[in-house]
Ligand binder design. Sequence first.
Ligand code: CTP
Length: 400
Amino acid sequence: MSLAQRRILLGVSGGIAAYKSCELVRRLRDLDAEVRVVMTEGATHFVSPTTFQALSGQAVRVSLWDAQAEAAMGHIELARWAERILVAPASADLLARLAHGMADDLLTTLCLASAAPLYLAPAMNQQMWAHPAVQANIATLRQHGAQLLGPAVGDQACGDVGSGRMLEPHELRDALVASFGDRSLAGLKVLVSAGPTYEDIDPVRFIGNRSSGRMGFAVAEAAAQAGAEVTLVAGPVSLATPAGVAQRVDVRSAAQMHAAVLAAAQADIYIGAAAVGDYRPLEVSAQKLKKHDGGELTLRLGENPDILASLSAQTAHPFLVGFAAETHDVASYAQGKLRHKGLDMIAANQVGGGLGFEAADNALTLYWADGAVELPRTSKAELARRLIAHVAERYRATRG
Ligand code: CTP
């Protein structure tokens, strides 16, 4: 995740949750965002502007009538500067003033004067939040295009329990990251293989495997969302091409997948999510094999080329990410494959027990030469986004 060069205006209004916004600034700065903080007069009763100034590394503004600050960066300039405005906490009073288009302080003026998307993180006592006047203001703000983040349900500073708690800083940060889309692979070409391979025995029978292709398709989609130019080499699956994927090549056998991947191997990153068949029948019958008396049929199988190993044998090859679906001893097999196949990273998962091939959810452990990270059980789409974030990070660390 990165917010490098992203310009975020954080509005802080008067509520005890303002203390959490200090941590929010830290979290945004950790992702290299540029953050400027504007406080309402009320907010300064909870947290000092000096705190936000130290955390953001920028002067904090409170008043519309600060001649010195206006000379440095006028409020209209500041409104134009912002790519996102997040008001956290957004008090009942601030929501009321915004809903009615008031511009009676700097923060409300900026919200009116800016074309940037407006995000509001309400924080107030649950009784206040439930009040029809507040709810009417929220409805108006939504109609005007503001996006509400929270509030959450839980313990409140006033001792009540209910809806009105401000979202946690990391949740607000993630919402901002998502609002920009993760562009961590912008400018890179990513090649993804997905699905099973089928090795024909005769015109009606084949040797295949239980890969659904869903993990690989989710990876291709996540890479495209992250800004990559994605080529997807797909085995026999009936899945729609994910949004944003630039090119799709459909194949059936391991040999065809091998050829298609090598033809597109000028990519920056190859993610081998396909479950490639290791063996193929040496003779493919042109006619349907008939059943004969005697009970036994012997198929002679030959080994398929290993796609990842072929790529890693090339002198200039993409950053290589393999998958390892294992039923047992996941870590040792996966780390073995990482080494033997000369990979930069491997994503290992246990198959069986409701996870893996045909399941909607999955969990992965990523290994690289000197590190590992667990990606706990979640949807394949979410898992793919996290995988892509780690791939982007490792790519930048080793090739960037
Ligand atoms: N792979 C490949 N070419 C093959 C076989 C596998 O590129 N012919 C890739 C897969 O896409 C996956 C990784 O290698 O990213 C591991 O696949 P897997 O089938 O688990 O590994 P194998 O080397 O076939 O080992 P085994 O079947 O013995 O577990």
